[in-house]
Ligand binder design. Structure first.
Ligand SMILES: NC(=O)c1ccc[n+]([C@@H]2O[C@H](COP(=O)([O-])OP(=O)(O)OC[C@H]3O[C@@H](n4cnc5c(N)ncnc54)[C@H](OP(=O)(O)O)[C@@H]3O)[C@@H](O)[C@H]2O)c1
Length: 276
């Protein structure tokens, strides 16, 4: 379907900020019922209030929950379905966090946290909504991975594997759920101008900053538009810019070339002092 149909009940984890909020806003404008899940109650309430200005206030609902906590997220999904009077038709799993750092300097806790939030946070909410979608024979599930889920980048030894895992999960689900009438999509954003990127930048080693170069982050709105288009067209790969689109399709050819250039940048930083 290519027209701008309404999408029923859309649930967005990480819907209180950045990519999740921008996507929720677009879908609310399209007349969808929108439910938001995130931890911080204040930001969640502010986001719901903002969406109520572009949708019918009765069509916007929110529940605080930590996506890493299976019970909490399952309960939030059930309560939101009850409040909206409709099961989840579209899930956008955007909740996540990134903590860069050199492998030797990151704590075990960071490695676990990335997997808990970025991977299990995606898995738990999918486990909560997919059984109902399979029963009804329709629905759409979209998870936000990252460009760091397409290739290994200096400083992302904790975050990257969690986003690779999200990609692997969605690839298997695509194969299993497409025959059940369910659309499965995975999003690979490059750097996006959101609070997460601002926080991430505080932790980036000099080498990671050099690898990123001077590429300008794209606006969250651009990612949101790509997600909505991806849902409309039932696309699996959702790439909001040319770079990630090329990488997602021609990774095996492009990765060695990119690695050569990135290694050169890392060597240049290390020559001028590795701890800068
Ligand atoms: N920004 C980028 O450059 C970029 C690039 C590639 C991929 N991504 C991915 O895009 C997704 C959205 O990121 P963003 O840039 O939009 O970040 P953001 O603006 O910081 O938003 C993150 C959202 O996730 C929620 N969240 C974080 N941890 C959570 C948890 N444990 N349980 C429930 N909600 C949680 C946050 O709310 P609370 O903190 O209140 O819970 C917030 O609503 C993430 O998966 C991120 O890894 C971002």
């Amino acid at each position: 379907m290519r027209e701008t149909r309404t999408l029923g009940h859309v649930m967005v984890t990480g819907g209180s900020s950045g990519i999740g909020l921008a996507t929720a806003r677009l879908l609310a404008q399209r007349g969808a019922k929108v439910s938001l899940i995130a931890r911080g109650e204040e930001r969640l309430a502010a986001a719901a209030k903002e969406l109520s200005a572009v949708a019918r206030p009765a069509d916007v609902a929110a529940r605080p929950a930590d996506v890493a906590d299976r019970e909490a997220v399952t309960r939030a999904v059930a309560e939101l379905e009850e409040e909206q009077g409709q099961p989840c038709d579209v899930l956008i799993s955007s909740a996540g966090l990134a903590r860069p750092g050199r492998f030797l300097e990151l704590s075990d806790e960071v490695f676990r946290q990335m997997i808990d939030v970025d991977y299990f946070g995606t898995l738990h909410v999918l486990r909560a909504v997919v059984p109902g979608m399979v029963e009804r024979g329709r629905g759409s599930v979209v998870a936000v991975s990252s460009a760091a889920g397409l290739l290994g980048i200096y400083g992302y030894s904790a975050y990257g594997p969690a986003k690779f895992a999200v990609r692997g999960l969605m690839e298997s689900l695509r194969a299993e759920l497409t025959p059940c009438g369910i659309h499965v999509g995975v999003v690979f954003p490059p750097d996006v101008d959101t609070p997460q990127l601002a926080e991430e930048n505080r932790w980036k080693p000099a080498e990671t900053r050099a690898v990123g170069g001077t590429i300008k982050p794209i606006p969250a709105q651009q990612v949101a538009q790509a997600i909505v288009k991806g849902i409309d067209r039932r696309r699996f790969l959702i790439c909001p810019d040319l770079g990630t689109r090329a990488l997602s399709r021609f990774g095996s050819v492009l990765t060695p070339l990119l690695n050569r250039e990135f290694d050169r940048r890392v060597r240049a930083v290390r020559k001028s002092g590795p701890n800068s």
